[in-house]
Design a protein around this ligand. Structure first.
Ligand code: SF4
Ligand code: SF4
Length: 135
């Protein structure tokens, strides 16, 4: 199937943006699934890392909107050290988060966190979480 011209432009721009933000060329992914099998968070994700890479390498931005996969990524690099194509998948996940955060969209809303939880959670966890999940 051939994408309409404007859809092709969107796809190419999306792939280039991922490369700009992550430094990674997602087009070399060979869909082996090693990243998914290595990922400790895959059970929590809407789409496994392999599928996130698949949608990324074809520039299918619309399939990556409103999913939790890149937010659930723990940045553990377990996938990255195993990828036979040498792709830093953790960086790609971060790039996808940045694309959303740069639209001033938060994944979590600090104001929605109950006050008792704010007292209960360790400060370092809150700081790390806010840095990763808020714009
Ligand atoms: S391990 Fe690497 S090559 Fe294999 S599916 Fe994941 S990103 Fe693609
Ligand atoms: S860096 Fe993210 S995607 Fe890769 S194995 Fe860890 S949690 Fe999974």
């Amino acid at each position: 199937m051939t994408l309409p011209m404007n859809a092709q432009k969107v796809s190419m721009h999306f792939i280039e943006k991922i490369k700009e933000l992550s430094g990674e060329n997602v087009k070399v992914c060979m869909q082996c699934g090693t990243c998914t099998s290595a990922c400790p968070m895959s059970d929590e994700m809407d789409f496994f890392p392999r599928k996130v890479m698949h949608y990324s390498q074809f520039g299918l931005l619309q399939n990556l909107e409103n999913i939790n996969s890149y937010w659930k990524c723990a940045s553990c690099h377990s996938c990255t050290v195993r990828c036979p194509r040498g792709i830093d998948i953790a960086k790609v996940m971060e790039a996808l988060r940045l694309l959303v955060l740069r639209t001033s969209t938060n994944y979590i809303e600090p104001s929605q966190i109950p006050a008792e939880k704010l007292q209960e959670y360790p400060g370092i966890m809150m700081v790390a979480g806010f840095r990763k999940l808020t714009s």
